[in-house]
Ligand binder design. Sequence first.
Ligand code: SAH
Length: 258
Amino acid sequence: MRHLTSGKVYIVGAGPGDPELITVKAMRRIQEAEVILYDRLISKELLSYASPEAERVYCGKAPGSHAMSQQLINEALVHYAREGKTVVRLKGGDPLVFGRGAEEALALAAWGIPYEIVPGITSAIGAAAAAGIPVTHREYAASFACVTGSRCHGDKSPIRWDLLAHSVDTLAIYMGVSELPAIREELLKHGKAASTPVALIERGTTPQQRTLIGTLSDIHTIAVSMKLSNPALIIIGEVVRVRERLLHAEQQALQQIG
Ligand code: SAH
């Protein structure tokens, strides 16, 4: 049943962290919004571009705790849209990459509420680029996969580490920091070389970005000793070597100039 007076909901990707990495379309939707429901990982600077009158609703979920359940978020979206409001649902990275944007779209569709999805730069792409790591490269990688490092209770499809270890060149693992020892074990068990380079990128594309480099065999020790914290991405694959080559080339160029 369609509500004739219904507003519209924009499910918008805020990009990976740096507020300038948002799309023009997403920025326009923020400026036009009457209500913004936003997540924890978005840059708060983006909220300052909204109208001062726009209602701002925090829906963030800190790891392990839930500020607002997915059910409540869905209900809030429906509620505001049925009041005739223009609603922006602002999510980190891309709303459909481990973002539960599709669950929200389904809830809206069930109520006949119009919605639109505005994609964003997902954090794997953003953070890898900011760390000088290409996810593909003619010499090193012809494929990459975005993988979740943790499966929620009730999730049906298991992570196929057995296949991922062999069939994909670059693995970009989200939500994997607390699972790093288990991920490492799975990949080693399925034949990934212990010498495979690994990068951990913490708070990618923000001024606090930190990149730790190691191999599959020592990366967990490095993560613990450097107190790696969330949000962070794990990039596994030969492409990590490009970062070293870039740094080396930059140093040489600087020496020549100097
Ligand atoms: N929809 C988001 C992902 C949400 S899942 C996207 O497309 O990027 C949350 C996970 O994303 C975090 O656990 C972390 O692995 C990753 N992440 C989000 N922002 C990040 C950032 N700035 N730097 C590194 N990883 C980030």
